[in-house]
Design a protein around this ligand. Structure first.
Ligand code: DC
Length: 223
């Protein structure tokens, strides 16, 4: 079969990562988590004590010196991909709540989006990949072969995130997660540059009442 470039966009907590990884596994395609790239820039910004509120020029300077790469580990059993920032493995440092919020802030900066646009398009030159993000189908790969927009109710998304985070954060409540999700949705969809929205030719899937396997089956029915 012809190798395809597939995009999956949608808000936080819609199940994009789980679904994208499962779909990529089913097809034996690469899985590219583009949110991790924004998180890598956020980590670099945090290390030089930026708050995310600085002027564009500061981010232009920051990005100019950055080298962000995905490196596939040689362990076929795990199929692990590591995220490297200037050759340092930062995979386990980018999921903190603070970096999550900072990633949302830096992702609204023009120079950051421009820098990562090139990084993402370079990764897409080889097809046979599932790209997960917010603007994959609208901006980065308007010519993608198959585009999905995955959504779920805010309450369902908050509940899933809460279940994921609960083991690590005993202080957390589901309402707190819902509030964070609403704030991030507001940030991601109201920004001037590449706001979160479905591409006109995207297939909309609501995962509120579906299991991950159910979503993947539904996606495969469009191939
Ligand atoms: O998917 P995630 O939570 O890891 O994404 C982190 C942040 O990056 C999120 O606030 C939105 C932003 N992002 C983006 O603007 N464009 C993308 N293609 C991917 C993520």
């Amino acid at each position: 079969m012809r190798e395809l470039l597939i995009t999956i966009d949608g808000p936080a907590g819609a199940g994009k990562s789980t679904i994208s990884r499962m779909l990529a596994d089913r097809l034996d395609y690469r899985y590219i988590d583009t949110g991790a790239l924004y998180r890598a820039v956020a980590l670099a910004a945090d290390r030089i004590k930026l708050s995310g509120d600085e002027e564009d020029a500061v981010f232009e300077d920051l990005c100019r010196g950055l080298r962000i790469e995905f490196v596939r580990e040689d362990q076929p059993a795990e199929k692990q991909t590591r995220l490297m920032l200037d050759r340092e493995d930062i995979t386990d440092q980018i999921r903190t709540p603070e970096l999550t919020m900072l990633a949302s802030k830096v992702s609204a900066k023009g120079p950051v989006r421009k820098f990562l646009l090139e990084v993402q398009r370079a990764l897409g030159r080889e097809k046979a990949a599932v790209f997960e993000g917010r603007d994959m189908g609208t901006v980065v790969f308007p010519e993608a072969d198959l585009k999905f927009f995955l959504d779920a109710s805010p309450e369902a998304r908050a509940r899933r995130r809460y279940e994921e985070l609960k083991p690590f954060r005993s202080d957390l409540t589901c309402d707190m997660v819902l509030e964070e999700i609403n704030r991030r949705d507001q940030n991601d969809s109201s920004r001037a540059l590449s706001p979160l929205k479905p591409a006109v030719d995207a297939i909309l899937i609501d995962s509120t009442a579906l299991s991950p396997a159910g979503v993947v089956e539904k996606m495969l029915s469009f191939f």
